[in-house]
Design a protein around this ligand. Structure first.
Ligand SMILES: Cc1ncc(COP(=O)(O)O)c(C=O)c1O
Length: 483
């Protein structure tokens, strides 16, 4: 055996991370077991005996008739759904199944331009023809602030053949755009409304959180139970309500997309998390809420930091208080640098960083000690970096959505070639290119490069913004459809 086969790199990386002894202000909500139902802690070796898949006597995820069916029915009852599917490949699989159930190749779907990449991939899988809606921006934080119902109304008036509307609720920053108005107008147009509720599995369990998507009238919602609901990573829920969606088609699409060997540990973790939320969700969230408001109050007193609150949102939009977006721009620090300093100097891991902000999550597993470390770290950073007049660069406004020449699927399956950025005007993109900030795609597969897009990318190069989605992160070349 070669010496290098002694290495177990993933194990080594995890041990190193654990040895860091970090405060955890991020998902999964159970926070390294802190908020896992007691079964997990008591089960010892039994857990490994339960690492099973579909054996006789157990149930079948793709055709449930026993324990899985019962567990799904209980989850449906708790969340106010008519049918709930357990997912073992995250919200990603659930959203992709919904897109495939809604649209045949070429059929139109209304989609927010700042959708998660699982939805962008779902467009390729389904062949749906996206009608994108640009979100509004929260300029002070340089982040998307949700799509307005009026923008969807406008799109629906001009596109009566759309098969449905997809919305993200809440977005990554906890911004929850007025969903009841949206549901009303989408239903008036006779279409289904499906929701990416990846970050909202906890919403129905506390009155100070925004209302859950189904309670707002959505026809379908997919939730990452693993993010905010206390189950294990990769386990999610897909809920259906009403008769605007074809349940059989959703089930078939899930069978197509998900593994044929679903892990009983993931399924069990969904069942346990549902039970925990049903019997104790309110108490657990009371505690999260108390911590969240304490942290918010403490951070609002730190000079140089700015915290996103409901006052920054458009009328009718709500904010999840347990998701804390903090801008260090007043200290001249990017979000990336702030997150780096928190981790390296103060032993605090946050959920996400973008150019201007960090996002911290106070979950049912967060401890008061985590919060104290976080506040202490930020106070210290603000003290060290306070320099009056320091500023971060301001990036140009997002460009208008370019003309579409083919669907994302057609572009994905076309022959492609790489061309220098300077030569791509008039060519059709074969990839998504999003600039951070603000993280909204500038161009999507099937759309045509304009001189303005080329100029915008030239401007961004070397500005400190960074580009994602493209094969060439330096943006010297872009991938286009070869025809
Ligand atoms: C808005 C949004 N939608 C969907 C997903 C995909 O969820 P999952 O990781 O459960 O597949 C994510 C993941 O971060 C997300 O942020």
């Amino acid at each position: 055996m070669q010496q290098e086969q002694q290495e177990i790199p993933i194990y080594a990386a995890l041990l190193k991370h654990l040895a860091g002894g970090y405060a955890h202000l991020h998902v999964p909500a159970h926070r390294q077991g802190q908020a896992l139902p007691s079964f997990w802690k008591q089960s010892g070796q039994e857990i490994f005996k339960m690492d099973l898949t579909e054996l006789p006597g157990l149930d079948n995820l793709h055709q449930p008739g026993g324990a899985i069916a019962r567990a799904q029915a209980l989850a449906a009852e708790l969340y106010g759904a008519e049918r709930t599917f357990f997912l073992v490949n995250g919200t990603t699989a659930g959203l992709q199944a919904l897109l495939m159930a809604l649209c045949r190749p070429g059929e139109k779907l209304v989609v927010p331009r700042d959708s998660h990449r699982s939805i962008l991939a779902g467009l390729v899988l389904s062949g749906a023809d996206p009608v994108y809606i640009m979100p509004s921006m929260i300029a002070e934080f340089g982040i998307p602030g949700g799509t307005k119902a009026e923008s969807t109304a406008h799109v629906l008036e001009r596109n009566d053949t759309v098969r449905g509307v997809l919305a993200v609720y809440p977005n990554y920053y906890g911004v929850s755009a007025g969903l009841e108005d949206l549901a009303r107008l989408v239903h008036q147009a006779g279409k289904p409304l499906v929701i990416d509720e990846a970050h909202g599995a906890h919403f129905p369990f506390h009155p100070r959180l925004p209302k859950g998507a189904l309670a707002c009238g959505a026809d379908a919602a997919v939730q990452s139970m693993h993010k905010m609901g206390g189950s294990l990573t990769q386990s999610s829920l897909l809920h259906l309500r009403g008769d605007r969606l074809n349940t059989g088609l959703v089930a078939s699409a899930l069978a197509l997309l998900q593994t044929s060997s679903p892990s009983y540990l993931l399924l069990l973790s969904l069942d346990l998390a549902r039970h925990q939320m049903a019997v104790g969700g309110r108490n657990l969230l009371d505690r999260s809420m108390e911590m969240a408001y304490e942290v918010r109050e403490a951070l609002s007193q730190i000079p140089g930091l700015r915290v996103l609150t409901e006052q920054h949102l458009s009328a009718g939009h709500a904010l999840d208080p347990t998701r804390i977006t903090i801008s260090g721009a007043g200290l001249g620090l990017t979000g990336y640098r702030l997150a780096g300093l928190l981790a390296e100097k103060h032993g605090v891991q946050v959920e996400m960083a973008d150019f201007y902000n960090v996002v911290a999550v106070i979950s049912i597993g967060t401890t008061f000690d985590d919060c104290r470390k976080f506040i202490r770290g930020l106070k210290e950073i603000a003290r060290l970096f306070a320099r009056p007049g320091k500023r971060l660069p301001v990036f140009p406004e997002p460009l208008p959505i370019p003309a579409k020449r083919m669907t994302p699927r057609q572009a994905w399956f076309s022959d492609t070639r790489k061309v220098p950025l300077a030569c791509c005007t008039g060519l059709i993109s074969a990839e998504w290119v999003a600039a951070h900030p603000p993280g909204i795609p500038v161009i999507c597969p099937g759309e045509e490069f304009t001189p303005e897009i080329v100029e915008y990318f030239q401007l961004l190069k070397g500005s400190g913004a960074f580009v994602i989605g493209t094969a060439d992160g330096m943006l010297e070349t872009v991938k286009v459809v070869d025809r």
